[in-house]
Design a protein around this ligand. Structure first.
Ligand code: CAA
Length: 246
């Protein structure tokens, strides 16, 4: 296997941590961004104790200037980005008639505009080197919508629109661009949903349980391999059968 440089945004979160671990165990140099230094330090210590080296770079995916600096820092510390996983994401759940402009903008900036902010500074380099793997972490709720998530569902659906356009523009440069759409995975984000609401959601999952972060990481890692070079513009649903589109 060729060792590559991978940037996983939001790598300190639930699904992000599993993706970082998986790519690092495959032998890649892995970087992630952080905003809160204390939280990042604690997380980094845990990874190091597991024997996983992660290159930590400061950066806010919602801020274009911060992303320019973040990508330069990754380039400087571990080389040009070959694999980009746009994973960082937040929720500000509330029904639309109560939603503030700030709740709308926070979610759209962090989940969707981040795709521009982070991908724009890496794409030229990938095109020049004629190899790249870009994976967007979207959501089941970008596919089916969700009561209380007009902001999140709009941003997550937009991520796949980004994927399928970028896939067309960059296919002849050896760059694949795909989306993974996780369902409800047992992370802090999902555990923050009120318990009685969450129980009703889990009852709708045919497999009968929440997903595990590793189950998402496995699929993301597959998209980043050389063997997956003919898969581009795909949207892989991993949701325990909760939503079966085609
Ligand atoms: N369908 C129909 N009605 C629903 C409903 C649904 N899915 N969910 C709630 N309602 C109804 C309630 O029964 C209630 O009705 P009554 O007033 O008649 O009793 C009413 O809506 C409540 O509406 P409110 O506007 O007062 O809502 P609220 O302030 O109580 O909170 C909510 C609503 C914030 C959306 C809350 O229901 C919630 O947190 N829902 C879960 C949202 C969710 O799934 N988030 C996913 C987070 S994890 C994630 O995003 C990761 C991923 O990618 C999967």
């Amino acid at each position: 296997m060729t060792q590559r440089t991978a940037l996983v945004t939001g790598g300190t979160g639930g699904i992000g941590t599993a993706i970082v671990r998986y790519l690092a165990k495959q032998g890649h140099r892995v970087a992630t961004n952080y905003r809160d230094e204390a939280k990042a330090d604690a997380w980094h210590k845990t990874m190091t104790a597991e024997g996983i080296q992660v290159c930590m770079v400061h950066g806010d995916v919602a801020d274009p200037a911060s992303c320019e600096a973040m990508i330069s820092a990754v380039h400087h510390k571990c080389g040009p980005v070959d694999i980009l996983v746009n994973n960082a994401g937040i929720t500000r759940d509330t029904t639309f008639h109560k939603m503030t402009y700030q709740q709308w903008m926070d979610v759209v900036n962090t989940n969707l505009n981040a795709c521009f902010n982070v991908t724009r500074p890496v794409i030229e380099d990938m095109r020049t080197r004629k190899w790249g793997r870009i994976v967007q972490i979207s959501s089941i709720n970008g596919q089916k919508g969700q009561y209380g998530q007009a902001n999140y569902a709009a941003a997550k659906a937009g991520m796949h629109g980004f994927t399928i356009s970028l896939a067309q523009e960059n296919a002849r440069f050896g760059i694949t661009v795909n989306t993974v759409s996780p369902g409800y995975v047992g992370t802090d984000m999902v555990m923050a949903v009120p318990e009685e609401v969450r129980e009703k959601i889990v009852a709708q999952i045919p497999v009968g349980r929440l997903g595990k972060p590793e189950e998402i990481a496995h699929a993301v890692a597959f998209f980043t391999t050389d063997e997956a070079s003919w898969i581009t513009g795909a949207n892989l649903a991993i949701n325990g059968g909760h939503y079966m589109g085609w």
